[in-house]
Design a protein around this ligand. Structure first.
Ligand SMILES: C[S@@+](CC[C@H](N)C(=O)[O-])C[C@H]1O[C@@H](n2cnc3c(N)ncnc32)[C@H](O)[C@@H]1O
Length: 192
């Protein structure tokens, strides 16, 4: 099995699809045709590519990742699939905002626990979301497993919820994505 993402060794898609279906998860968050979707820490596009197909020509996917190799791979994948609706940058989520109040959905794909300062990254997500937009945080349950992030750095649902709410969101739902993941959907509270 490929190890975790460090050094751009992402889990193979076919392995991952056995227990984490990107289309089903994006559908649960409510992604639809024409949406603007921001994928924070998009890696090589496990979610960004299916998202680009769902939003279609009238929608746009914004993606960023510090891993330049992964971004290059994602650009190749988009090209092979003839997808022209992705805007992808190799940059740090702590210092990158694609714009203000423009996104329908900001998504964290199994990575909120990876950021040095998740609260800053969440505040950037808040800035990017439209007032009626949604944040989706898919992550690994805090359980012992043979793959995925080390137990110590995993966020429990309660910990992730707390961080998200502290950054100015209200939790709409926390759903079990069996067997390994949970999905938090939250709405931005308008800051005065
Ligand atoms: C577990 S991988 C998930 C990748 C992708 N979301 C997926 O589901 O396949 C976590 C990603 O977060 C990226 N990452 C970590 N810290 C980051 C940061 N400060 N800014 C942007 N990306 C970051 C890593 O490079 C890695 O690609």
């Amino acid at each position: 099995m490929t190890h975790y993402h460090h050094g751009c060794r992402y889990m193979p898609d076919d392995f991952r699809r056995q227990w984490q279906n990107p289309e089903i998860i994006l559908n649960k968050i409510g992604l639809k045709q024409g949406d603007i979707f921001v994928d924070i820490g998009c890696g090589n596009g496990y979610f960004a590519i299916p998202a680009a197909k769902i939003v279609g020509e009238k929608g746009t996917i914004y993606g960023l990742d510090v891993n330049e190799e992964a971004i290059a791979e994602l650009n190749e994948r988009a090209k092979s699939a003839d997808l022209k609706n992705l805007i992808i940058t190799a940059s740090d989520a702590a210092t990158t905002c694609f714009g203000e109040a423009f996104a329908d959905i900001v998504f964290f794909g199994i990575d909120l626990h990876d950021f040095v300062e998740p609260s800053i990254v969440l505040q950037n997500a808040h800035r990017m979301l439209k007032a009626n937009g949604k944040l989706g945080d898919l992550d690994f349950k805090k359980i012992h497993m043979e793959f995925g992030p080390p137990y110590e750095i995993r966020f429990s649902e309660a910990k992730a919820k707390e961080l998200i709410e502290r950054a100015g969101f209200i939790t709409e739902s926390i759903e079990d994505i069996p067997p390994y993941n949970y999905l938090i959907i939250a709405r931005p509270v308008q800051l005065k």
